[in-house]
Design a binder for this molecule. Structure first.
Ligand code: MIG
Length: 637
């Protein structure tokens, strides 16, 4: 059952399109506080949800703040990542059979203190006095998720090619470099469906331009790649370069489409192109105008995009820099004590993503003026949604692939997300796995992390293990930052191991694609924690490094360095299927309980429910030459 309670005058985020009529607030567990709610947590009660966040699947024991943030150095103690996903789910612990789902619908900050300040207390603090609270009560965790997902609407389904393997790098700098990547993949016998183009394909980082020096015949190049089965996926950034004569800037400025400062002037911030203006993505006309600009690329045959820097990330604001310049000018090294020196040293530290800057510009949303800080979490959502809506106006066939870095619940109907700038760390591999079910709960199905790690240098074994997780995630993309070790799959000694694992993705695709459609069409999880399926099983309830993928398959990947196997818990009797050189070997059924399983670096092991049939396909160079109906069923009994 879902109840909606309205407090003050909420700003409509359109996370929920069909809102139930509001009730007068009363709840058996949630207690209203001055600026939010509190709720006593039961002994052993688990708290799930919150989409894109650090830490485990059970979120209890930390504080999470919904405040879309560009944080490429996030760790265990981080409070906010790129998305804002205000849905949590309380398991009821051992004492209560009823499950409780809570969704706080507001575009500004929300803090979830989940047993951090007080181990047995959930405290929710809502920044804005106006918001909608949705309370779901359900007999099981899965049914609570389904009710919530029905409320927020059906999840995005991308074009089929988006389920292939993609290679990305910040950046590939020329047509020839991309040709080389594609031919090296071919030579190594590793499938490839997509090559991603990062900011350097643009002319001076200007959205909807091409650097013609290095991509001189872009349209021809796009079709040359397509004839080889490769889709090129360019990045689009949230900021528009302030440059007189640049048509996107000129049009935006002339029509008043950019976010304004308090005096009604275009607010100037800095990102990659230098001084930039931010299109008012929340405003329907301005956002649609920006969305129509994607036509420049779709006209050249492009059929996929990733939207970046849309928290929005701010390297600086012009206003803030001016203040800093004045301080530098006034600085007199002879006259300073230690405190002045230290504070002088620190004047650049707060320049990135400065809260004062976020409070210094305005949106025109649904006919009302809003300070950015009050609607902050909607920027990436609307950038992406407006693009998707605009596609309807100029794309005849299937809509392009679309995913975003920043997001809010509601955006899951229009696009996917990637999990932002991670690092080549084993802990981030684990986090990738643990984020999958949390994101699914919030509607995001087309998602995955930068495989191999974005920042810092990857290693051969980490990349192999990461690929062995990535083959299950809908977005299956290897991406890395400039300056880090190259990590294309053909670059390592044992490229056959890479080939085996990536080809396995295609073998598993009939099962995985079905699992995806099932999750989208039936508002359920594609990645399910064991605790959701075996609530009575105390061991299963606490397992955080194994997941169900679809209804019949459990994965238990190796997530640690220098391991040749791992301990796996089977919550019921299951068949061990080992993939060796993409060939499936049924090693038979194992009993419920604890097992040690050998998993060498070049193999993948999955567990299938007894009696289930696993539909498998054939490896292919890419999805253009892949027939999803050419499958055979591996009987698991
Ligand atoms: O400030 O475009 O998350 O995937 O490679 C960094 C360069 C900007 C951040 C994205 C990352 C991308 C990078 N971008």
């Amino acid at each position: 059952m879902i109840k909606r309670f309205t407090f003050g005058t909420p700003t409509d985020t359109e996370a929920v399109l069909d809102k139930p009529a509001p009730c007068t607030f009363s709840d058996s567990r949630l207690i209203k506080t001055e600026n939010g709610f509190r709720c006593t947590l039961f002994d052993r009660e688990a708290v799930y949800g919150l989409g894109e966040n650090v830490r485990g699947i059970n979120k209890r024991g930390w504080t999470y703040t919904s405040d879309c943030s560009d944080d490429p150095h996030h760790q265990e103690d981080t409070h906010s990542l790129y998305g804002a996903h205000n849905f949590i789910l309380l398991s009821g612990g051992s004492s209560l059979s009823e499950k409780l789902g809570i969704f706080i619908d507001t575009p500004s900050k929300v803090v979830f203190d989940i047993g951090y300040t007080d181990a047995s207390e959930l405290m929710i603090t809502v920044d804005s006095p106006g918001f909608d609270l949705y309370v779901i009560t359900a007999p099981s965790l899965l049914s609570a998720v389904t009710e919530f997902r029905q409320l927020i609407g059906k999840s995005y389904i991308p074009p089929f090619f988006a389920f292939g393997y993609g290679q990305s790098r910040w950046s590939y700098y020329s047509e020839d470099e991309i040709r080389e990547v594609v031919s090296e993949y071919r030579r190594a016998g590793i499938p490839l469906d997509m090559v991603y183009m990062d900011i350097d394909y643009m002319d001076h980082y200007k959205d909807f331009t091409i650097n013609e020096e290095v991509f001189p015949h872009f349209k021809e190049f796009v079709s040359e790649m397509r004839s080889q089965g490769i889709h090129l996926i360019p990045i689009i950034d949230g900021g528009v370069k302030l440059e007189p004569g640049y048509d996107v800037y000129e049009e935006g400025h002339r029509n008043g489409y950019f976010c304004k400062d308090e005096n009604g002037e275009d607010f100037v911030i800095g990102v990659w192109p230098g001084d930039c203006c931010l299109p008012d993505m929340l405003n329907e006309e301005a956002g649609k105008w920006f969305g129509h600009k994607y036509k420049f690329l779709t006209d050249m045959g492009i059929d996929g995009f990733w939207n970046d820097m849309n928290e929005p990330a701010l390297f600086y604001s012009k206003k803030n820099l001016t203040g800093i310049a004045q301080k530098i000018e006034a600085y007199d090294s002879q006259k300073q004590g230690i405190n002045e020196v230290l504070s002088f040293k620190g004047i650049f530290e707060g320049v990135n993503n400065n809260p004062e800057d976020y409070a210094s510009f305005y949106h025109d949303y649904k006919g009302k003026r809003y300070n950015h800080k009050d609607v902050h979490n909607l920027f990436g959502y609307y950038m992406t949604r407006r693009a998707s809506e605009s596609f309807d106006d100029f794309i005849d066939g299937e809509k392009p692939l679309l995913f975003s870095r920043s997001s809010y619940i509601g955006m899951h109907r229009y696009a996917g997300i990637w999990q932002g700038d991670n690092k080549s760390w084993w802990s981030h591999l684990k986090m990738n796995l643990q984020m999958m079910p949390s994101l699914n709960m919030c509607g995001f199905l087309y998602t995955g992390a930068d495989i191999g790690g974005f920042g810092s240098d990857t290693t051969e074994d980490l990349l192999l293990r990461w690929l062995a997780v990535g083959i299950f995630t809908p977005l299956f993309r290897n991406h890395s930052a400039s300056g880090t070790r190259r990590q294309e799959a053909y670059r390592f000694g044992d490229f056959e191991a890479f080939s085996d694992i990536i080809r396995l993705r295609y073998v598993l695709l009939p099962y995985l694609y079905n699992a995806y459609l099932d999750a989208a069409n039936n508002n359920t999880l594609m990645f399910t924690p064991l605790s959701f399926l075996y609530p009575e099983d105390d061991i299963a309830s606490e397992i955080e490094d194994q997941l169900f993928v679809g209804r019949d398959m459990m994965i238990a990947p190796v997530l640690e360095q220098n391991r040749t196997g791992r301990v796996v818990y089977l919550p019921e009797p299951m068949c061990l299927i080992r993939f060796k050189h993409t060939e499936a070997i049924n090693e038979g059924c194992l009993d419920k309980g604890i097992h040690y399983v050998n998993i060498p670096l070049d193999e993948v092991v999955v567990f299938i429910k007894k009696g289930a049939g696993l539909p498998l396909g054939k490896p292919a160079q890419n999805l253009q030459c892949f027939d999803i109906n050419d499958t055979y069923i591996l009987n698991c009994d």
